[in-house]
Design a protein around this ligand. Sequence first.
Ligand code: FEO
Ligand code: CA
Ligand code: CA
Length: 681
Amino acid sequence: MSKETFNPTRFNKSKNPSFDEVLDVHLSRRKILKGGLGLGAMATFGAFGLAGCNSSSSTAVGSGDTPSATLNFNSIAGSKIDAVSVPEGYTAQILAPWGQPINATATAWQDDGSNDAVDQNNAMGMHHDGLHFFPLNDASTDGLLCVNHEYIDQNALHPTGTDADADGIRSSIDQVRKEIAAHGVSVIRIQLQDNGQWMMLDTDPLNRRYTGATVMDISGPLAHSSKLATPFSPDGSQARGTLNNCGNGYTPWGTYLTCEENWPGYFINTGTTTDEQDRIGLDTSGTTRYGWETLAGNAAERVDEFARFNVTPTGATAMDDYRNEANGHGYIVEIDPYTANSRAVKRTALGRFRHEGCTFGTLEVGKPIVFYSGHDSRFEYMYKFVSEKMWDAADADPTDRLAVGDKYMDQGTLYVAKFDADGVGHWLSLTLESATTAGGTLADSFAALEDIILNTAGAADLVGATPMDRPEWCAVDPITGSVYLTLTNNTRRDDTTGTNPANPRLNNKFGHVIRWDEGDAATDFSWDIFVFGSPADGDADTNLSGLGEFNQFASPDGLAFDKRGIMWIQTDNGADEVKNYTNDQMLAVVPSAIKDADGNADTINSENQGELRRFFVGPNGCEVTGFTISPDYTTMFVCVQHPSNWPYSTNAAEETPVGVDLRPRASVVAIRKNDGSALGV
Ligand code: FEO
Ligand code: CA
Ligand code: CA
């Protein structure tokens, strides 16, 4: 979500070690947890330059013998036009923009905003974000695309903007239903045509929408909890809708993971709030973000479809109001794309917070599966979930995919990251027995695991997690097993809040990408900072990674590896220093090939910055987000979210002519080489 449209308020009030306490230790450099790197191999650039954390002696990661891909395109210049830019020899096609019907029920998208809620319920949602391609019959030309729809632009969604009055009170039921339907996830069948263009099969039986109103199952520690009991689901087994679906993930067994990010903004409690509501930051006055709850009690309301967004306790019990409705949100949601009409499942064991993404770690037979997920808000934390069950390769191709999800995602241990000085890190468990910094255990503050899950961030405060500069997407290097995480920015990190080794910059306008290697124990890791965002003309204290015109970037957000070891970094930038040069963009780098003179893993610095290359620039106003690639690497799908005056035609690189004023549409962009060969290399 762009800086312009969302203000990630600091709700975390916990006390953490100050910069002064750790700086000296940090500068003495990190300790290597795993062998293979000597101190002499460490790079020195800038105050925070550290050696790469990839170790040749890794235990759980790739052998290091797999050759990395070599980038074979020239970094493109920045641009600021109503069109996308790709390297020479590449094409970019518009695919499945907002409002395109996915079945015969919806009428065609109208450029005057006049499509109604029924149309929207049967068409692509708005503001595309994370996405994943699921091949059919292992094909690279035929598959299912799952696409997140993070939020909405009411001005583009409706003919003349919203019906809300000056107090935010809504009057049009159809408008509000349309807004709810524009959220969530789309599942669509797509095929590559002989002409090199992708198309949606708009009547395929696997096409479907999961919206802000779709009934979903609750699984894991909070399933059937009284904390989730509502008049709609008295036994706490179901929740309605998924909201603010930002980053995504997928599983080794062929399911899609959609992540509920800024869901608190959709609920309001004007009465007595709970600790966890205070901690996560629910609205307590005025109206919610879009005012859906203001239609509560309307004569045409169905099954409290609007009333449920007001979680103020007004009745005698949870059966008399919707006090627990928000407790059904804030999760990782699993969808089986291959099974028509299958119900989505909310996996509560992975914690409840503003999930940005969800990425599984290196798979090993006989070892637990690890899922990483960041909490995107200022001073929030990085989490990992470790499954109780050990990975069985036979589960990679199951007949019942969601049953495999039950097996690996419903029982396990949730951890939160503590980044210490010297590149040492610790995963702190979040169980009743976990030690708190106050000298007790979480059992002093929580009665049961379900309470810890419900207030995951509050529990993480108590164990001493490290407050980060807005954890966004996470990605795992298939060559080395190192885990990379974008920390998009944090302009409120100041002398009062202090810095810490992992978030070392005051007023962090430009963000950075941190990485770590898991240690032999599930609780240990080693880390360093791979690259710092910066304008090319930033001073030595700012441009710590030596970026130049052709790779300067700010506010890294989307992050993904393809299986060749290419890491793709996408931006959601609001910092003028870079914005004045280019719109949001996507860069590529092969981290496993970034080595120093001695052959040890290195970070991005002035000597090697040519290896970090700009591959794609989005149109004016947009954010570039979401990444997936066909198994043969010949088509890459990314999303362009909230463009201002685009797309003009099916060619995403065709500029909107001067004087043409379009109703903007977020879209998937399918990028291919003109010769149909593998991308990027
Ligand atoms: Fe929706 Fe954290 O970006
Ligand atoms: Ca963002
Ligand atoms: Ca994002």
